[in-house]
Write a protein that binds this ligand. Sequence first.
Ligand SMILES: Cc1cc2nc3c(=O)[nH]c(=O)nc-3n(C[C@H](O)[C@H](O)[C@H](O)COP(=O)(O)OP(=O)(O)OC[C@H]3O[C@@H](n4cnc5c(N)ncnc54)[C@H](O)[C@@H]3O)c2cc1C
Length: 303
Amino acid sequence: MLRSVILAASRSPRVERLVAALPATRDLAHRFVAGVDADDALHAATDAIGGGRSVTLEHLGPATHTVEAATAIRDEYVELLTRLAAAGLTPAGDVTVRLSALGRRFDERFAYDNARAVCAAAAAAGTSVTLGMEDHTTTDPTLDVLLKLREEYPATGATLQAYLRRTESDCRDLAAAGSRVRLCRGGYREPESVAYRSARDIGKSYVRCAKVLLAGGGYPMFATADPRLIAIIEDRSRWFDRRPDQFEFQLRYGVRPSEQERLVTEGYTVRIQIPYGRNWYPHLMRRLAVRPAVLGRALLPAG
Ligand SMILES: Cc1cc2nc3c(=O)[nH]c(=O)nc-3n(C[C@H](O)[C@H](O)[C@H](O)COP(=O)(O)OP(=O)(O)OC[C@H]3O[C@@H](n4cnc5c(N)ncnc54)[C@H](O)[C@@H]3O)c2cc1C
């Protein structure tokens, strides 16, 4: 119930104005969002990399609908990558990009060209790009773009969503040598015809997909904060003789810092997804919807 209220609030500009004005909001936002601009993102990346993590930086924002807006996002990423390299934060730092931010909604070819420019900047910076995955109607077009980008930039990473029924088969297709594949649960509202709906079925799918990726020749990136899934992956990685440097865990900025620390101490690669940008409000509200108790604690008076 509280979760759906928070999600509804995440879509309301009026609630956004009210929440953004609350003194407690700034502290809360800082917990889950690095800040509003590239300086903030680079600062968070420096801290995380100094603490033994890797990072993937993601600019927050809605889909773009004009050439100017999509070009601005492309330029933001190109500049960010140049600055990451100049600060000595590559290869530990890379970026995550969604094709809808680069113009896919109004021109697929233009979005591809923008993604190619970001991949070129990443290669020049000594790092790589991972494509985020959006709702299921975009899965095939995104994988088509991925394969095309990989012809020039083979390190380009894919994101697959365990809640989709098709994903085990996609994992098989993408588990080839050198292929970087992020496996996440999936974050969109999808129909039952294409997606598992219960947490139990999604968890089972995640484990089946993880096994396919660990058994294959690629580089799996397990994006989850779920302690049960993390424990299963630690165990299955041993079944498949995967050394800790042959796969990685990915967690969101601010989520389960003690678990991040434990994994680093055990020798695993841990990559933190660092979101930043002026459009931080919907991202913050989605994080709070996962963990409403955090909101309660933040809004209570201290003492
Ligand atoms: C790096 C990365 C990239 C992603 N990319 C995509 C993408 O391209 N497309 C897409 O659809 N989705 C993406 N996602 C989102 C993903 O699909 C899930 O919606 C999201 O990660 C939540 O699932 P989870 O497995 O982390 O488990 P959750 O359900 O979030 O949580 C699992 C466990 O972690 C604990 N936990 C969660 N949050 C907190 C917190 N704040 N503090 C303490 N404990 C907490 C919970 O108690 C629970 O036990 C991405 C996620 C990550 C981490």
